[in-house]
Design a protein around this ligand. Structure first.
Ligand code: UTP
Length: 229
């Protein structure tokens, strides 16, 4: 299977907002296993607490939205470079900084790791674009929640997780949410438009246990599946 694995930035930092090196190692193992099983994957990583911290400082310095997004992008490059360190020789030695670079290196044997690409979007949109570009069927979206819920599960214990959800349903859920730098929702509008037009499925899985990603890839139905419609 051709897939894009999006690793949410929240998974790469511990509770004290420090980079969580053990997690990087765990993800590197999982990524290695997926590749060994014969799947072709590209990895996209978010910026997590580092993005938020840099963007907050930018706000204090009155930076505009473009500059704030660029601070966010810089944080994703740090996380991407650390993921490359964890993957060692299996990975191309630098993050991919453009879609063209991804295309250029796609046929090679080394794993490609991508962070942010351009202002005005989140790394979920990057993952959607890379999936479109590489003709991948699926984006496996590893986050710190079990999937998509009908209400905020932290505030409403009766919240129900969707086993699957359509693009229109998710569009409605995120329509009222912020899309400021550092505050893009679970899946931003750009990302939704891309997966919709290209019929790419998105599987939201809880990556706090990285083995869930392996289960999702071996087609065990966990988390929430975003399907067309
Ligand atoms: P993300 O919002 O994607 O990372 O990028 P995150 O906060 O870790 O979120 P999850 O958990 O991965 O979903 C961090 C910030 O970098 C900027 C945005 O400001 C974004 O909020 N960014 C990222 C861009 O401007 N363009 C990109 O292509 C990617």
């Amino acid at each position: 299977m051709k897939l894009v694995l999006k690793i949410g930035g929240s998974l790469l930092f511990d509770r004290r907002k420090r980079l969580y090196t053990t997690r990087f190692e765990q993800f590197a193992q999982v990524i290695g296993k997926i590749a060994t099983q014969g799947h072709k994957l590209v990895v996209v990583v978010g910026g997590g607490a580092l993005a938020k911290s840099l963007i907050n400082r930018g706000v204090r310095l009155n930076a505009g939205r473009d500059a704030l997004d660029r601070l966010g992008i810089a944080s994703t490059w740090v996380c991407a470079q650390l993921m490359i360190a964890a993957l060692g020789d299996r990975a191309y030695p630098t993050p991919m900084f453009s879609e063209e670079q991804v295309l250029e290196h796609l046929a090679g044997t080394r794993l490609l790791v991508v962070g942010g690409l351009q202002p005005g979007q989140s790394t979920n949109a990057v993952a959607a674009r890379i999936a479109e570009l590489t003709e991948s069927e699926v984006v496996v979206n590893a986050t710190d929640v079990d999937g998509v819920y009908d209400q905020d599960p932290d505030r409403f214990p009766q919240a129900k997780r969707f086993e699957s959800i359509t693009v229109s349903q998710l569009r409605q859920i995120i329509s009222s949410l912020s899309d400021k730098p550092g505050e893009y929702p679970l899946f931003d509008k750009n990302a939704l438009n891309i997966v919709q037009r290209s019929g790419i499925e998105v599987w939201f899985v809880n990556g706090t246990n990285p083995d869930n990603i392996l289960d999702a890839v071996s087609h065990q139905h966990i988390g929430t599946r975003l399907v067309s419609g």
